[in-house]
Design a protein. Structure first.
Length: 241
């Protein structure tokens, strides 16, 4: 998973490359499992459903942030270019974790009632579904759109996809990683800052990850903006005509 502004992976079938790829998969998978467990401890006061859906979601956001960071960092710090190959595995497991997060929501929160996923609840008097949670529905629609893009990126995150699509088309598809990141940020921000604010029910204590999330998003934004400006600054200036 990368963007068009980042250098594409070079397809290779050599045994050493395959071993390095396998190593990256194992390392990132172990790191992802550790992150899920760590975030589950942060949310230990919640019910199991909320605890684990948050843990998988938070871990997915962090892996995606690392992916977005690695894509831009080499333009500012050339020594970080050696970490570029890790973008693919970080992006893949970010989407995998987000998929598990979604399944937990569907099974434990809305109980596979897709209208509830979009903020509707069945009214026992009117005997029909009515809209009760506008923000919940919109945030979940954003989340579903983000996951759809993420799955496309996952399916094209392979050397085989590069060969099949061609470099130009592949980079065009991977450019949607920027949209994926923006949608994930919007979806996460709603549930971190807004969803549990209501005068109809007791408001829980603020999520302890609110400030770290805001800092993370700001850091990625500043890094990518700085990388973009650096790239422009390095272009040769054309003489005025």
């Amino acid at each position: 998973m990368t963007t068009a502004a980042d250098s594409p992976m070079t397809p290779s079938r050599s045994t050493p490359n395959r071993r390095r790829t396998l190593t990256r998969h194992v390392v990132v998978l172990i790191a992802a499992a550790a992150l899920v467990y760590a975030f589950s401890l942060v949310h230990g006061q919640w019910s199991p459903m909320h605890r684990w859906n948050r843990a998988f979601g938070d871990a997915a956001v962090l892996l995606l942030a690392f992916t977005m960071t690695l894509g831009a960092a080499p333009r500012l710090f050339r020594a970080s270019a050696k970490w570029l190959p890790w973008r693919r595995e970080l992006g893949i497991y970010s989407v995998v974790l987000a998929s598990v997060h979604t399944v937990i929501i569907l099974d434990g929160w809305v109980e596979w009632d897709f209208l509830r996923l979009f903020g509707f609840e069945f009214h026992p008097v009117d005997l029909k579904y009515v809209m009760l949670q506008h923000g919940f529905g919109l945030a979940n629609a954003i989340g579903i759109l983000a996951l759809s893009i993420g799955l496309i990126l996952l399916l094209t995150s392979s050397d085989r996809a590069v060969r099949f699509l061609g470099s130009t088309s592949w980079k065009t598809v991977q450019m949607t990683a920027l949209v994926f990141w923006a949608l994930v940020v919007a979806h996460t921000a709603y549930f971190l800052f807004a969803h549990f604010l209501s005068f109809h029910r007791a408001t829980p204590n603020p999520n302890p990850l609110q400030l770290p999330f805001a800092f993370l998003v700001l850091a990625v934004l500043v890094l990518r903006a700085a990388a973009f400006l650096t790239t422009i600054g390095r272009r040769p200036h054309r003489e005025a005509r």
